[in-house]
Every structure is written in C-alpha cells, then in structure tokens.
Design a binder for this molecule. Structure first.
Ligand SMILES: *Cc1c(COP(=O)(O)O)cnc(C)c1O
Length: 412
C-alpha cells in the first residue's frame, strides 16, 4: 500500500462521524422525496414526451409540483431548456424587477457570471442596468448577513433582496438555512421586496431549503445538486405563486408563462435526477470532506475544515501557487471517467473576468455535481472542488490530485 492510500484510510477512520451525519441528512431528504413521489403518484405516464407547443405536458407539470413540495412553496418552474444556473437567475431577476426598482445584493458582490446580467460589466446588451434597474449591495459583516446594514438601504425602492447561499468563487463562508431564516425574520416586516436566493450547490445539504424559512424564490441549476447527476441540462425556480408566475413570463413570454414548453423526452431524466439527488449530494459531500481531510494532513489550508458543518458541496483548497493549482486540476482531470487524457489549461470563459482553469471529466458537459475543480487564476490560488457522483470515484480523483500536487511540489 502506498503512503497516500495509507493516509486516505487514516483520514476515513477519523471521518466516521462526519460521514454518518451526511448519511442522516440524505436519509431525511430521501424520505421526503419518496413521500412527495407517492403523493403525486409518479408513474410511467409522466415520462411521456411532448413536442411543438408542449401544452398539457402532464409529466412536466408533475415535476414542477414535486419541486414545489421539496421547497415547501406554492409553485415552481423546472425546465430542461433553462440553459444554466445563470440563465435561471436571470429569468428570476428580469421577471421580478422593473425600471426604477433596485436589486439589493446582501451577500456582497454576486457570482461572477451575474456581472453582465446586472450590468456591472458590458453595456448595451439589455442588462438590468440598461433597463434602468439599479443595483446596490451590502457586504457580509464578519462573514454574516448584516441585517442593520440592509435596513439602512431599504428606502431605495428595493424590489429584490438577493442572497447568495453558497460562497461561489469568493473567500467567504456559505450561509446556513438557519442564518438565512433569522435574517428573513428581521427584514420581512420592513419590506415587500421579494427575497431571492441563489441556491446553487446548497440543495439537499440540509434538511430544509431557504424557502422553508420565508424566502420568496430559490433558484438553481439542474446540472448541480437537484439534477442528481441524471438531468442532462436545466434549471429551476421555486417560490411563491406570484414570484414564480412573473418568472414564467420572462422564461417564455407574458400570456404563455408555464403553459408551454415541449419536454422532448427529458421528463424521465429530470424525475430520476430528483430521486437520486439526496444520495448524489451525499456522495459529493463525502468527497468534499475527504478532500479537506487529506489536504489538511498534507499541510494545506482548506475551507471548510474537514469536520466543520457544511451548507454546500464546495470545498476550497488553498494550493498557494499557480503551478500547484494547475497540478491539482490536472490530477482531477486525469482521474475522471470522461476525457481523462485531456490536460486542462487556464483560459478565458464567457461571463468570467479572470482566466479560469477547469477540470471536468463529466458525462454531462460542465456538470459540477460530477467531480470537478475550477479556479479563477488569481490570488490566493484556491481550487474550488465539488461533486462526485459516487464517493469511490470522488476519492479516487482526490488521491490522484494529491499525488500530482506532491510530485509538482517536490520538483520545485
Ligand atoms: C454555479 C453557480 C451559479 C450559476 O452558474 P452556471 O454555471 O451558470 O450554472 C450561480 N451562483 C453560484 C453560487 C453558483 O455556484
């Protein structure tokens, strides 16, 4: 047995409790999904495909009802042809905001790909800013939502209060559902604004979603957690009837809303995906915890730490130098099921300001519920690792990445 494998086994022994906790969350969420499937009498008739306008798509309507129940909401829009998480977020924001309104981000600057949606970069493409929608932000205060800071901004005709649950590509903690709930309790009595959560990477990491604690609209991608590794594309918005309705008019158009949209054979993979999601998220969480433990043992800074409570599937590993960061990503890529022979290099990406290196040997292009690592090439050279359809393959990838990092380190 080589030294890394020994270290891995030692890590797993120490992680017994952390893994048990992850399993318990998965069990609760799986039971919830099973109950919801039973309630909606999910059957093979829901897999039937529609084409053309896609009116009366029974399976599609049922998927949306299932998502609404998972989120404890009145409604949901769940479509395979929402292109990405960014697209889903844009549908929500353009659906809710009108000229003269303000979007107030209360977790500092949102995820990089929203820059051009909001209009922080680029001009004349029909961003929120081009349409006369103002943007303002309140940074986190010591890593926590700053309710007092937000109160002082509510005079500005705030229509959307925007919370990013997960850290994304920034060095900050991920918010728990409890913390979001406490914030909503303080802010809700003071404003009629829609409280919207970018829920990417957070789904099923806890036993409740932000909409269960008073948030109006949760938005995310189906090639992340809730697609369970089965959905081949798509996004969702779940929330109050009015918030979702307004979003549907942006997704299609006023007058059509959620009534149209052929599913082209995708219903089964979306239904199968949400069935798998509690388990798949647990596999990804275990992979993240294992990576944290192994790299802690190797002397790297990691966040969250292995045994810390987690609220999303992202693991940050501080590789310190561009060389070690690239070696890490090469190690993830070369241990992937798909395109293991390809070598990732930093490059420009649509929607991102810095060059980004991405390791993603996924069955579904860009699916980050599958083991993947990405990193903007900027200080402090942090790899954002996420996913792992099975713990065994995730573990295999992490050990390979550790091997590449150690080899590179010894060369320098
Ligand atoms: C992934 C992600 C998004 C959306 O990214 P897409 O690549 O467009 O799906 C938005 N916010 C956060 C926090 C994310 O992690």
């Amino acid at each position: 047995m080589n030294d890394l494998e020994k270290l891995a086994l030692e890590a797993e022994k120490e992680l017994f409790e952390a893994f048990s906790y992850i399993d318990s969350v998965a069990r609760t969420n799986q039971a919830k999904v099973m109950d919801i499937f039973a309630k909606h009498r999910v059957s093979d008739t829901h897999f039937v495909s529609t084409e053309g306008y896609g009116y009366n798509d029974f399976g599609r309507d049922t998927i949306e009802a299932i998502f609404a129940d998972i989120f404890d909401t009145q409604a949901a829009l769940v479509r395979h042809n929402i292109v990405s998480g960014t697209h889903a977020l844009a549908i929500g924001l353009f659906g809710l905001l009108r000229p003269g309104d303000t979007m107030l981000s209360v977790t500092g600057k949102p995820y990089d790909t929203l820059d051009e949606v909001i209009g922080l970069r680029g001009e004349g493409n029909g961003s929120l800013r081009d349409l006369g929608i103002r943007y303002d932000e309140v940074p986190l205060l010591d890593g926590k939502l700053d309710a007092d800071g937000v109160k002082n901004k509510l005079a500005e005709k705030v229509k959307v209060i925007f919370i990013q649950r997960s850290k994304g590509y920034s060095v900050r903690p991920t918010l728990s559902v409890d913390e979001i709930g406490d914030f909503v309790k303080k802010i809700r009595p003071l404003t009629d604004a829609f409280i919207v959560v970018d829920n990417c990477y957070g789904e099923f990491c806890e036993t409740r979603e932000p909409t269960s604690v008073g948030v109006d609209l949760c938005i995310g991608s189906l090639i992340k957690n809730l697609g369970g590794g089965m959905a081949e594309s798509g996004g969702y918005l779940a929330g109050t009837a009015r918030a979702v309705e307004l979003a549907t008019y942006r997704f299609t158009c006023p007058g059509i809303g959620a009534e149209g949209g052929a599913t082209l054979g995708q219903n089964k993979s979306l239904i199968k995906g949400v069935f798998y999601a509690p388990h798949t998220v647990a596999q990804a969480l275990k992979t993240a915890v294992f990576a944290a433990k192994l790299f802690e043992k190797l002397g790297f800074e990691v966040s969250p730490r292995a045994e810390e409570k987690r609220y999303d599937i992202i693991q940050m590993l501080s590789l310190k130098t561009p060389e070690l960061l690239c070696a890490f990503c090469e190690g993830i890529q070369s241990a992937s099921p798909i395109n293991s022979h390809v070598c990732p290099i930093p490059d420009d990406m649509p929607g991102y300001a810095d060059k980004v290196i991405m390791a993603a040997g996924a069955f579904t292009q860009g699916a980050s519920i599958e083991l993947s690592a990405d990193a903007p090439m900027r200080e402090p050279y942090v790899a954002y690792l996420q996913g792992g359809l099975t713990y065994e393959s995730g573990r295999y990838g992490i050990i390979n990445a550790a091997k590449k990092v150690l080899e590179k380190y010894q060369q320098s």
